[in-house]
Design a protein around this ligand. Structure first.
Ligand SMILES: Nc1ncnc2c1ncn2[C@@H]1O[C@H](COP(=O)(O)OP(=O)(O)OP(=O)(O)O)[C@@H](O)[C@H]1O
Length: 263
């Protein structure tokens, strides 16, 4: 029996009829989503499916051509300040203040969020420690590696203890040890009732982390629900995904008969 999350305040995110077009290209073609609060939600889809465009519109970074988005009961485009106070965002290709050190970046972010200075210092020190960035706290962000940038971006997104955290490909470029740390932080966060929404291509990761999944392809939602519902009768999320996005039976390189070895 699919879980009902269409009524009441239990939805962290509610999206209705969302559209976005870039010139001729329709990136998001009428997306409806209801993401329940307190879950670890995975948004998955092939390259170009519209995941980043959808997350950008849901978090108030990109204006939709049509449709509505509500986050924790507030309309993202009518009441942006209320939404932005309650969410944390780690966008794709995050632009950070590069000429600040990690510690300064968190201090600045905390003050922008209106937190008292001593509270910012305390939280920043703890986050730097947990994310294994304490040794790099005085290094300029411009000199951080890709994985370190993800981690400092995550720390900045968590600093004000948001109700919903949106992460675009949070594990890309992150080593397995850091991935495990990030995972622990996020599991603790959702365990306390907060919501994580993240996009990823890595099905095994989504399968092991998420309890709620939305599958997107060609600008539309192909399936959404609990992991078990979306996986259905398939052996794994990967198999269900390939079926849902219509990739089963596709040429996987057989036509490249000129490629490789002996001639
Ligand atoms: N600023 C833009 N201008 C023009 N086209 C865009 C723009 N942003 C996205 N698109 C197009 O919209 C479609 C959806 O892109 P989007 O980045 O949302 O997909 P995605 O699911 O996040 O892909 P990936 O997994 O590869 O990051 C693609 O066809 C892309 O080329």
């Amino acid at each position: 029996m699919p879980e009902q999350v269409t009524e009441g305040p239990a939805a962290a995110v509610r999206v209705e009829g969302l559209w976005k077009r870039f010139g001729e290209q329709v990136a998001v073609a009428g997306v409806d989503l209801v993401l329940p609060a307190g879950r670890f939600v995975g948004l998955v889809g092939p390259n170009g499916a519209g995941k980043t465009t959808t997350l950008s519109m849901v978090t108030g970074l990109l204006r939709p051509d049509g449709g509505r988005v509500e986050v924790v009961g507030h309309d993202v485009w009518r009441d942006p300040a209320a939404v932005k106070a309650r969410i944390g965002v780690l966008p794709e290709g995050l632009r950070l203040f590069e000429r600040l050190s990690g510690r300064e970046l968190l201090a600045y972010t905390g003050r922008l969020r209106g937190l008292p200075g001593d509270e910012v210092d305390k939280r920043a020190a703890q986050l730097l420690d947990v994310l294994d960035l304490a040794g790099a706290r005085d290094k300029l962000v411009v000199d951080y590696s890709t994985g370190m940038r993800k981690k400092i971006g995550l720390a900045a997104a968590l600093l004000h203890n948001p109700e919903v955290l949106f992460l675009d490909e949070p594990f890309e470029g992150v080593d397995p040890v850091s991935a495990q740390t990030i995972r622990g932080v996020l599991e603790r966060y959702t365990g306390s009732g907060a919501t994580v929404v993240f996009s990823s291509h890595v099905m095994e990761l989504v399968e092991s982390l998420c309890d709620w999944v939305a599958v997107m392809a060609a600008g539309r939602i192909r399936a959404q629900g609990t992991l078990a519902d979306v996986r259905g009768g398939a052996g794994s999320l990967q198999e269900a995904f390939l079926e849902l996005v219509g990739a089963v039976g596709r040429d996987t390189g057989e036509s490249l008969d000129w490629l490789g070895g002996a001639r």
